[in-house]
Design a protein around this ligand. Structure first.
Ligand code: FNR
Length: 185
């Protein structure tokens, strides 16, 4: 299988973020063919069309990194039954102007974790509503992880539960095949 570059977008930047741990686990368990690049989102201002004439440097950098990626992996918490504003803002910047929409034709995988039982189901459902409109191809299947014990996944992305590890590993494995299929179209 060819090598593919995957932009990793994590919807939480706080220290000790559970979703950052999950993102590290996905990266660790991924096949060798996937190379991850964590892309920063929290240095961009809120979208404002007045800034379009001279886009902020952080926006230009973000767009370039997403354009350079073969695929995108979004790992995000759920905030009040939706996605965090930092992630929505990044999606909005990347979607404009329509002829340069960076999400168009990109294979996208998503996952998320929360201490709550239905952790991130609704946030992911919102992503599945937003991204296809922008032309993205979403990996089928759902990966929600209930972070049921404080050490379920450690800071290095090591998963301390065999069945949860197997479940998480399935995501990058399926994604590698999915990206491969799209690249051959
Ligand atoms: C939350 N949390 C949360 N959890 C959930 O399952 N559904 C939700 O709607 C919300 N809403 C919500 C709103 C806001 C503003 C915050 C700060 C938190 C809890 C959230 O899942 C928990 O704090 C996670 O640990 C956040 O992810 P990180 O930062 O650990 O990656």
């Amino acid at each position: 299988m060819s090598e593919y570059h995957v932009a990793m977008l994590v919807g939480s930047t706080r220290q000790g973020s559970l979703n950052q741990r999950l993102a590290r686990a996905i990266e660790k368990l991924a096949p060798q063919s996937l190379k991850f690049n964590w892309v920063q989102m929290d240095d961009m201002p809120f979208y404002n069309a007045d800034l379009e004439e001279d886009r902020p440097a952080a926006v230009k950098r973000f767009v370039k990194e997403i354009q350079a990626a073969d695929a995108i992996c979004i790992v995000t918490p759920e905030y009040n039954r939706s996605i965090p504003a930092v992630l929505k803002n990044a999606i909005d910047w990347g979607s404009k102007p329509p002829e340069d929409n960076v999400w168009n034709n990109k294979p996208i995988a998503m996952a998320g974790t929360s201490p709550g039982a239905a952790g991130t189901a609704l946030a992911q459902s919102h992503l599945r509503q937003i991204l296809p409109i922008l032309g993205s191809h979403i990996l089928p299947g759902e990966v929600y992880i209930t972070f049921k014990s404080p050490d379920l996944i450690d800071e290095n992305g090591t998963v301390n539960d065999d069945s949860v590890q197997g479940f998480i590993a399935g995501l990058p494995e399926r994604f590698a095949e999915f990206i491969d299929t799209f690249s051959k179209r």
